[in-house]
Design a protein around this ligand. Structure first.
Ligand code: SAM
Length: 263
């Protein structure tokens, strides 16, 4: 069956440069994952959508091993190039058909991935299968500031391009709890700051670094950028002046339903 998920082959060359954490924050994000998941040096962890290893590589030192699946070979080639002995094992596979037996992982991590997977419910079912009893699903995102600009961009797009092919954070949380997954505290949040000018944000849109822009025609992209430029004039003034942005890495932890409940 074809997988209509959004793969990141085209993003491999620029992903770390444009989407990475500011220096030092990778370790803080990894520490948050360890805390939220009660992970130890004995833990075996799965990351779905492991990409370039932005999450898995700094996480590896606090666990026994991270197995990472991704549809994109070029993204995982970046991971391999950055790796310096960490116990991270990338495997090309889709989240809806995991190449693992059942009940083998202490935790499954998914950061910025379910919005890319049309069959995300099947992916959830697979995660429930591979988590051992007592294991946890840790799902999260890193928010990047410039919320007002992002909202202006999305509002200017044709309605069919405003959403994602997969699921958003709120619908995902409602689905999990409806299916009997138990939240285990949280959300767990690490806040950090960084500098970026509104003009750089526009450049990144024009370079189509975010997957949201990949389906747009040139005209649709320019329409969104015009709305962003109007919002910059209203909220920031000089587009070249760096803004001090508040960002956050946020995680939710869930225990799977017991085998008697359906997923
Ligand atoms: C936005 S990146 C996130 C990478 C990493 N989790 C991070 O936070 O930096 C999403 C990744 O998920 C992968 N992906 C998309 N759909 C997938 C699927 N169905 N199964 C496995 N990986 C998938 C993409 O190829 C991409 O590498």
């Amino acid at each position: 069956m074809p997988d209509d998920s959004v793969t990141f082959d085209r993003a491999a060359d620029y992903y770390d440069e444009t989407r990475g954490f500011p220096p030092g924050e990778e370790k803080n994000a990894a520490a948050l994952i360890c805390r939220a998941g009660n992970l130890t040096s004995a833990s075996r962890v799965l990351e779905v959508g492991v990409g370039t290893g932005r999450i898995a590589l700094p996480l590896a030192p606090c666990v026994r091993a991270v197995f990472g699946v991704d549809l994109s070979r070029p993204m995982m080639a970046r991971l391999q190039a950055r790796r310096s002995g960490e116990a991270v094992h990338p495997i090309q596979a889709g989240a809806t058909q995991l190449p693992f037996p059942g009940s083998v992982f202490d935790a499954a991590v998914a950061v910025h991935v379910f919005h890319l997977i049309p069959a995300w419910r099947d992916a959830v079912r697979e995660l429930a299968r591979v988590l051992r009893p007592g294991g946890l699903l840790l799902t999260g995102y890193s928010g990047t500031g410039f919320r007002v600009l992002r909202e202006a961009f999305i509002a200017a797009l044709p309605p069919e391009h405003r959403g994602s092919v997969g699921v958003g954070t709120e619908e995902f949380a409602a689905f999990l709890t409806g299916e009997g997954w138990q939240p285990t505290g949280g959300p767990f949040t690490h806040r950090y700051t960084y500098h970026r000018s509104p003009g750089e944000y526009v450049d990144l849109l024009r370079r189509r670094v975010w997957s949201r822009t990949w389906r747009l025609t040139d005209e649709e992209l320019e329409q969104g950028i015009a709305a962003v430029q109007a919002a910059i004039a209203r909220h920031y003034g000089d587009p070249r002046r760096p803004a001090h942005l508040a960002a956050e890495f946020r995680l939710w932890a869930y225990r799977p339903p017991s085998p008697t409940s359906s997923v």
